[in-house]
Design a protein around this ligand. Structure first.
Ligand SMILES: C[S@@+](CC[C@H](N)C(=O)[O-])C[C@H]1O[C@@H](n2cnc3c(N)ncnc32)[C@H](O)[C@@H]1O
Length: 255
């Protein structure tokens, strides 16, 4: 069943002022008020820099996938509001196709995984490209959680539009909500992260995973692409790093 889901939770428009305040508070809790103000100004500066025509052209450089599958997953076509919010949460950027397949192949070989027993869940799934790519594997279910309603809406449309002769999983959903607090589904999981959160919410997300494992242990792998805050996962006593590559790391739940 190919599903189109618009969850009511988290659908409310996120305010830019609220997101900036929250970002300042998180930065201040990690460092101090002066550093937090500097980080906030830097986020606004990054937004302005990212608005130049040359940067826009660069972002459209990832559009090959969209041509191939007639979908809209490029970071080039993202509104200014979502781009600015992205600087406080994390900027939308889709995972590239070859890297995604490499990570899943490495996971399959490392753990001799039967994908059909696992749900794939992308925390911070954006326009849903990973959901489409994951549907090329025989996962039991594929699920994405995205904070920004417009990106989630595009992901839902992409799920409907996607057509591929080699698609193997048809139970696909994109849900709008806060992925750091989302109740993880039961059963074996492959949790995918592509730098979706700054440090404080990433710690919340790891705690959420730990809570799910503590209440019901199950095989669980975290595939972390471009792992800028890998140390946060490495500190967890529930997770063990099983694959380390320059571009990604894979963690397994410890029983
Ligand atoms: C780098 S993009 C990755 C997109 C997608 N996972 C992929 O690999 O193609 C990170 C995404 O995380 C989303 N995000 C940030 N904070 C979030 C949160 N608390 N809950 C859900 N999504 C969040 C951002 O809006 C953005 O779309």
């Amino acid at each position: 069943m190919m599903a189109l889901v618009m969850a009511s939770e988290g659908e409310a428009e996120l305010s830019i002022i609220g997101a900036a305040r929250r970002y300042w508070r998180e930065q201040a809790s990690l460092r101090n008020g002066v550093a937090a103000t500097g980080a906030l100004l830097h986020a606004f500066w990054e937004f302005l820099r990212d608005s130049t025509p040359s940067r826009l052209r660069q972002r459209f450089g990832d559009a090959d996938y969209d041509w191939e599958y007639r979908v809209n997953t490029t970071s080039g076509a993202v509104g200014w509001r979502e781009r600015l919010l992205g600087n406080f949460y994390s900027a939308y950027q889709p995972t590239d196709l070859p890297s995604f397949h490499e990570m899943l192949e490495v996971l399959r070989q490392h753990a001799s995984l039967e994908f059909s027993e696992f749900t794939f869940i992308d925390l911070g799934s954006g326009k849903g490209r990973t959901l489409l790519m994951a549907s090329e594997y025989p996962f039991r279910r594929v699920l994405g959680i995205e904070l920004l309603p417009t990106l989630n809406q595009t992901a839902c449309e992409n799920i409907q539009k996607y057509k591929s002769d080699s698609q193997k999983c048809f139970d696909l959903k994109s849900i709008c909500g806060d992925a750091t607090r989302f109740p993880l589904p039961e059963g074996p999981l492959v949790v995918y992260l592509f730098n979706p959160f700054p440090e404080v919410p990433l710690r919340d997300a790891v705690q959420n995973i730990e809570k799910a494992l503590a209440s019901h242990w199950r095989p669980l792998y975290v595939v972390y692409y471009n792992p800028q805050l890998e140390r946060v996962l490495a500190e967890s006593t529930f997770l063990r790093r099983v694959v380390v590559m320059p571009q990604y790391s894979i963690f397994a739940a410890v029983n």
